[in-house]
Ligand binder design. Sequence first.
Ligand code: ADP
Ligand code: MG
Length: 388
Amino acid sequence: MLQVNQTINDLVANANADMRRFYGKDGTVVAAAPGRVNLIGEHIDYCDGFVLPLAIERYIVVSAKPNGTSEARLHSSDQPEAIVDLSAPQEISNLKWSNYIRGVVKGFNDLGHEVPGFDACIVSSVPSGGGLSSSAALECALATLFEGLLGIALDIREKALLAQKAEHEFAGVPCGIMDQFASAFGEVDQLIKIDCRTSEPEMLPFSNPDLSIIVANTCVSHDLSDGGYASRRKTTEDGIAIIGKESWREATIEDVFAQKTKMGDITFRRSRHVVSEIQRTMDAVTAFKTGDLSNIGQLMADSHSSLRDDFEVSCEELDFMVEIATALPGVLGARMTGGGFGGSTVTLCETKHAQEVGKTMHERYLAKTGITPVIFATRPAKGAHLIS
Ligand code: ADP
Ligand code: MG
């Protein structure tokens, strides 16, 4: 069965109920930012590649009220309250989730803005650690909140880059630009093709009601700061250095094979993934632009195999979820999505089959693994915005 997505209004009502409980008042400034799912183009946003994500109908909402001090106090679900001194230089703290706040505050300080003191409550329908970028949603929701508190509007790209920097410097994840760009630039019924070499987003209509996007969280969690992500990034830097070209965008599959011996097996396979995934993503963009989706299933399948065998960022549960989905009637294609090592898959299917596909994925995954997955459908959704 497909889980129903909570509306933004419901999330706002919950955030304000928390505000009354913890701080005795409703928020006066409310911001929302979505998670994202990537259709194709994985682990190549930090390789100058193309990616094709969309913002999802799952949001982090933050409701806040100025408190007249130089302190920020924030509650979020079961996390300990975060208290951040806004008048001091920001430093990494032991309370992990507060570092996203500190990183975004630092970004505003670097731009010359002093964030005024506030009390805030955060609610979320983006699973945390599920490969759907709850971290980028949190950063973008906070950045949008600070815009509201300061009465300013940053350029969207500037905001996304500020959020990415917070993730690098305060969460220890050297991510590319995809997650924060998707959360910041998202639009209803639009996919976001991002050229990660120029940091240029291009919107691609996705409005056919006969097509559905199903997201399945395996509920196997990953930790992207534990080294797997950073080591992949490092290996791709080694790969392009051996090829001797300035950018992966100029590298060909022949370049990769020509350097096979010098690279050694691991760097060779990581490099083969990068070059082939850039090509697959360009092919997928053409498919969505022309409306001829006859090859999309193969592109998604090849992307998954490449991530599993060459880039080695999949896991049994992701492989199993993709295998179940791919075999079902009405499914065009399925693959793992996001950083990997657990997290979620994305499935493109005919809308008339979506409920049945979701139900079967749920049943078979649970029967095989004993883990209850979270499966929902989404349309491309609106990016980070102020609600009030
Ligand atoms: P992903 O971005 O794929 O969900 P990450 O590991 O990058 O996974 O980010 C998850 C981390 O983000 C959590 O461990 C937590 O620190 C923070 N986070 C996410 N959602 C929330 C939330 N609603 N409240 C507080 N912190 C959150
Ligand atoms: Mg993240």
